[in-house]
Design a protein around this ligand. Structure first.
Ligand code: ZN
Length: 457
């Protein structure tokens, strides 16, 4: 028996300490050793190891990405997406771990029975590892200890309408109760931070026929709604001592608040999404509801401020917010932004979308690994994921950063291929993905269910 199940050599491996040649030796699904500087067949290649894979010269070895914001929608809305299709798409996009959102499945993951239903639905059909967020809605705070005890990674709340009736928002007092519970349990509260009161205040009267106009939709979801909600989250995080995480930050106007809160020691983190970093309101055609998401894609200048906040570490990570629905619910027939479901499908394209934009701005694959693997893993408290380092799961990606392609909906594994990136030229192709040392082929599903506080089982 060779000492290792697999040895991967890469001329460029993205390691926690930087990028360079390395050998990664894998045993029992975990990274047993990393030897920086090792070259296949070279003097520094160490002794006999086991089966060897040598990455091509144009390939970079990345840690498998961790996407902590995916709506799988199964059970209950399996016609929207599902564990098999979502995880096949994730693996094809270099993502080896997802954490599923507590909505828009039915039931939503707001109690232990619903979590058990999710686990049962996922078991046996997942191609990457899958964990679960719990959710909190008005009156459900008593369920949080059980959800926590059963291994959810934290609790999601909405401060505005979620889009589905079974997952209503909490008010400020409700958010305070959830945060106090989370603080006591040592969990994290993840927040859809738009203030319902600001959204409800009519900024100007709607005009007939305005539904197709992107600018009108943008005005209906102002940055002020995010700023107001994030202000409340920061105040309550400080009062309760809870750790809070702002989901899908779109409004650059909140960046200063987040930075100031952190300087004062408030436990708050934030994520943004590929669409806020790649797209701009000025470019969204009227009627193109495949671009609708909440909070919305904002202006170009706002986008560049989000990039600066990422660079400065005020935004911690980039995750997809993959939130599909059947094409009919996007109401492309009407092109009405008010009537369309808000959500963008992107789990398979996150990496090339973000990389294409990142490299233009001078960022490296080390940054990508921090934003899309180690960063989200740390926020979710995912042990053993997101780094090419000894003791971590051998979740790896062979990525060709200079190979470009045109995004073709027909090649997406999402249940529904509708995407705002259709026809876009993107940089970076995922050539191979390994999950715990095994190639993900799309054949037999090899993913495992993850629970907070323990390794994959
Ligand atoms: Zn979401």
């Amino acid at each position: 028996m060779p000492p290792f199940d697999l040895v991967v050599y890469a001329r460029r491996a993205v390691l926690p300490g930087g990028t360079g040649p390395a050998a990664v030796r894998i045993s029992d699904g975990k990274i047993a050793e990393v030897e920086p500087g090792a070259v296949a067949g070279g003097a520094g290649a160490g002794g006999p190891g086991g089966p060897v894979t040598v990455l091509a010269d144009d390939e970079v070895l990345l840690p498998g990405l961790v996407d902590t914001h995916v709506h799988v929608n199964e059970p209950g809305r399996t016609d929207w997406e599902g564990f098999a299709s979502a995880t096949r798409a994730a693996a094809a996009g270099g993502i080896t771990t997802i954490i599923d959102m507590p909505l828009n499945s039915i039931p939503p993951t707001i109690d232990a029975a619903a979590l058990a239903a999710k686990r049962a639905a996922a078991a046996g059909q997942i191609h990457v590892d899958v964990g679960f967020w719990g959710g909190a809605v008005p009156g459900s705070a008593g369920q949080l200890p059980d959800l926590h005890g059963d291994g959810t990674f934290g609790f999601k709340v909405f401060l505005a309408d979620s889009g589905v009736p079974e997952f209503p928002p909490v008010d400020r007092a409700g958010l305070g109760r959830v945060m106090a519970q989370a603080a006591a349990l040592g969990s994290v509260v993840i927040v859809h931070a738009e203030d319902a009161a600001v959204l409800a205040a009519p900024s100007r009267p709607a005009t007939a026929g305005e539904g197709r106009t992107y600018q009108a939709f943008l005005r209906s979801r102002p940055a002020a709604a995010e700023v107001s909600a994030i202000t409340q989250v920061i105040e309550l995080a400080r009062e309760t001592g809870a750790r809070a995480h702002v989901l899908h930050l779109s409004a650059a106007g909140a960046i200063g608040l987040l930075a100031a809160a952190r300087r004062r020691g408030v436990g708050i983190t934030a994520e943004t999404c590929p669409h806020y970093l790649a797209l701009a309101a000025e470019d969204v055609p009227d009627g193109a509801t495949q671009f609708k998401c909440c909070p919305p894609i904002r202006e170009r200048d706002n986008r560049e401020q989000l990039w600066r906040a990422l660079r400065d570490g005020i935004i911690d990570c980039v995750v997809s917010d993959h939130s599909p629905c059947p094409p009919a619910l996007k109401r492309l027939d009407l092109g009405d932004f008010g009537a369309a479901w808000g959500g963008i499908s992107s789990v398979q394209l996150s990496l090339p979308v973000v990389w294409t934009q990142a490299r233009e701005r001078g960022h490296s694959l080390d940054d990508i690994a921090r934003w899309m693997a180690a960063g989200p893993a740390q926020i979710a408290g995912l042990a053993g994921k997101g780094q090419v380092a000894p003791g971590f799961d051998a979740d790896l990606v062979a990525f060709a950063p200079d190979e470009s392609f045109v995004a073709d909906p027909a090649r997406l594994h999402h249940r529904h291929p509708l995407t705002p990136y259709a026809g876009a030229r993107l940089d970076g192709t995922v050539r191979r993905t390994w999950l715990r040392g095994r190639p993900v082929t799309g054949g037999r599903p090899g993913g495992r269910l993850l629970a907070r506080g323990e390794r994959a089982r």
